[in-house]
Design a protein around this ligand. Sequence first.
Ligand code: BTN
Length: 254
Amino acid sequence: MEFVEKSLGNVLGYKTLWYNELASTNNVAAEQLVNGCPDGTTVVSDFQTKGRGQQNNSWESERGKNLTFSLALYPNFVKAESQFTISKIVSVGMVDFLASLDLDARIKWPNDIYVGDKKIVGILIEHSVTGNSIANSVVGIGLNLNQAVFVSNAPNPTSVTIELGREFDREEALSQLLKCIEQRYLAVQQGDVVTIEHAYLNSLYRLKGYHRYESDSGQFDARIVGIRNTGELVLETKEGKQQHFAFKEVRFLL
Ligand code: BTN
């Protein structure tokens, strides 16, 4: 596969491999880690033939329109039990980037990025753990940037172009968003965990008020009261009953 090597940042994207076409950038980023690439190596592809989403879904992205890329990280400053911190860093960084475009984006727990009730960014993180720490992580990000029409059965997609009515330079956008994630990544690396926790919580979609959810035991109205260190969502019903849920154990209903 052909690629161009670029440098788009100080840590994240310092080494960027930009492909025309790949099966999945997550796979190539994983290979880079095996070969001992620098922290923050970024693999981008104009098109993925097997772009992967969460829960074995595929990821729709029109050729050359969006940003589909993966970061190869060595976040060995994060304990295995706190691996959700990486989700927080990346999702808050993406919200920061979208805010810089004047888009009020929110994080739909655990790490989808929404504008209004529509998804604008999908994130797929794969960790490899050694002992108590994370040895490395592949952070795959699909940002709908310039795509105007979605054809797959993705439930509720939107894009920056749909929201703002204009197109953006992809390389410039990537370099800006890498800076946003890098700021959050380095702050946590330097020991500031409190700031990212607050920022994550305050950026949550449906943070305020009661909303409808569905779990194995049926539908219920509840409000978000917190996120556990493990990443579990804590919900409280109007009667004051609290319950925590792991990913896939609860669905947000409209
Ligand atoms: C989701 O289902 O919300 C996660 C989507 C993640 C898509 C990105 S695109 C770049 C990277 N490579 C992949 O194969 N998937 C992720």
